[in-house]
Design a protein around this ligand. Structure first.
Ligand code: UDP
Ligand code: MG
Length: 337
């Protein structure tokens, strides 16, 4: 948006391209998976902060196929508060799907994404919004600390971020999905053809003018984290493969390593043969066989992983399917995307 533009709550709305409405409203997207005890509190706290700061807003809860009463809570919240809307997925599609459903269904010029458990304090939203008004297109929420996490989780997370940051060339340590985006960025993200996305890094990848706002990770309001080690592992692999083909190059390096080993053993074997002491060495043969076998299998696995990615991208299935909505009135809703 232009540098010195100012909005007032009474300003008439202008319809922009892609159906975005320019009226100074901030849409807050809140992915929620089995968060029944957090919905009302999140709506209340976000609403309070934004109303207090004089920011016109809408809150869109995206129920990612919860099996508890999350959707009922969203519906009753929406009935009580006109600013609250809800999207309900036909099943659990994962947080990326929920975030993109929000991006697809944001009709305002400015959008923010925040977790439902309020680990990311919504009190930072006015600061982020102010930066957007000054002309920043992407405001990144950056963690000052990682909060209460186990040592194993912290270690795995730092290894993952180190690898993804190195491979993608963006420094992703301490970043999160807590972001505020201008509609220009939202438009670009909407039109990316790929299905397997990594929202956290995408906002860096698109470029644009960006700024950071630091925040202290809070305790989860209610319930438990939705990430199981298996889910996190899959998420890590998906994120890595969506941003870099570097693991495929590892295959080449492993091949070179094997070549070096082969040369050493080959020369040794020849020398022993010439010296007439070529007998024995059975253990070495077995070990080499196992070692080469393992490397070939790992390499095939890495390549297979990328082929699987190509396969799922070629299927072009949607990232989410919305089965129910509330609070949108007559507005059309993108049900898949
Ligand atoms: N979430 C989601 N779909 C999922 C898993 C999580 O929409 O499959 C949401 C969840 O409801 C929360 C946010 O993503 O609002 C972050 O999840 P969580 O708090 O469990 O992750 P953590 O903070 O432990 O990284
Ligand atoms: Mg959380």
């Amino acid at each position: 948006m232009d540098q010195n533009e100012q909005y007032t709550a009474e300003e008439p709305a202008h319809i922009l391209d892609e159906g975005f409405v320019r009226d100074g409203t901030l849409t807050v997207i809140v992915p929620a998976f089995n968060e029944e005890d957090n919905i009302a509190y999140a709506a209340e706290r976000i609403s309070y902060v934004l109303t207090d700061a004089g920011i016109r807003h809408a809150i869109v809860f995206v129920d990612d196929g919860s099996s508890d009463r999350t959707w009922e809570r969203i519906r009753s919240c929406s009935a009580e508060r006109p600013a609250v809307r809800g999207l309900h997925f036909s099943r659990n599609f994962g947080k990326e799907g929920a975030v993109f459903a929000g991006l697809m269904n944001c009709g305002t010029e400015c959008l923010a994404v925040i977790d439902c458990d309020m680990q990311q304090p919504p009190e930072k939203l006015p600061e982020m919004f102010a930066l957007w008004r000054q002309g920043v297109d992407v405001v990144e929420g950056v963690k000052y600390s990682r909060g209460q996490e186990s040592a194993a989780h912290k270690g795995a997370a730092s290894l993952f971020y180190h690898f993804v940051s190195k491979a993608s060339g963006f420094s992703l340590e301490d970043t999160s999905d807590y972001k505020l985006l201008d509609r220009e960025v939202v438009t670009v993200l909407r039109h990316l053809p790929e299905r397997n996305t990594f929202f956290r890094a995408m906002s860096f990848w698109v470029g644009f003018r960006s700024a950071e706002v630091g925040y202290e990770v809070e305790e989860r309001k209610a319930g438990r984290t939705k990430w199981t080690p298996a889910k996190l592992g899959r998420y890590a692999l998906d994120s890595i493969s969506s941003f870099t083909a570097a693991p495929m190059q590892i295959v080449t390096y492993l091949g070179l390593l094997m070549l070096a080993v082969a040369v050493i053993f080959g020369v040794t074997a020849l020398v022993q043969k010439i010296q007439g002491v070529a007998l024995g060495g059975f253990t070495t043969v077995i070990l080499l066989q196992l070692f080469i076998g393992a490397i070939i299998m790992i390499s095939l696995g890495i390549i297979g992983f990328y082929i699987a990615r190509i396969y799922t991208e070629a299927q072009h299935r949607p990232r989410f399917i919305v089965s129910e909505t509330c609070g949108f009135g007559k507005e059309s809703v993108a049900r898949t995307g």
